[in-house]
Design a protein around this ligand. Structure first.
Ligand SMILES: [Zn+2]
Length: 129
């Protein structure tokens, strides 16, 4: 394991995002200056550079735009689906689709976000919509 490059300072935007997930809430940011959605959480809008980023709950619906199956031995939990999901707000995130066999997840599949708790931490997954 190398250093955790996703870590930021205590109280930083990533920490706040994870804290919300731990409480079962999935939030993204929206820029008040250019009105575009932002994900992953940032200090500055990647579109216009504004710091006026407000957090909001997205609709949670999206579309699978890329998909792969990570092969694992059954004793390690079996095959795992990894999907890139384009949320209806226009931001992409990497997650997994549950409720289908990993190989049955297809590009174009409509999905809906759900927060699950795993080892005491909130984790975003998707179900077929
Ligand atoms: Zn902006």
């Amino acid at each position: 394991m190398g250093p955790d490059l996703s870590a930021d300072r205590p109280g930083g935007v990533q920490a706040r995002h994870q804290a919300a997930l731990d409480e079962g809430r999935f939030l993204i940011q929206r820029c008040s200056a250019c009105d575009r959605a932002v994900f992953f959480p940032r200090e500055l809008c990647p579109h216009c550079g504004s710091t006026a980023l407000a957090r909001q709950a997205p609709a949670g619906t999206g579309t699978v735009v890329a998909v792969t199956t990570v092969r694992r031995r059954p004793e390690d939990g079996g095959d795992l689906n990894v999907s890139l999901v384009d949320l209806d707000e226009g931001v992409c995130l990497m997650s997994r689709v549950e409720g289908l066999a990993p190989d049955d997840v297809r590009i174009g599949l409509k999905v809906r976000a759900r927060v699950v708790q795993h080892d005491g931490r909130g984790l975003l997954v998707f179900d077929p919509a």
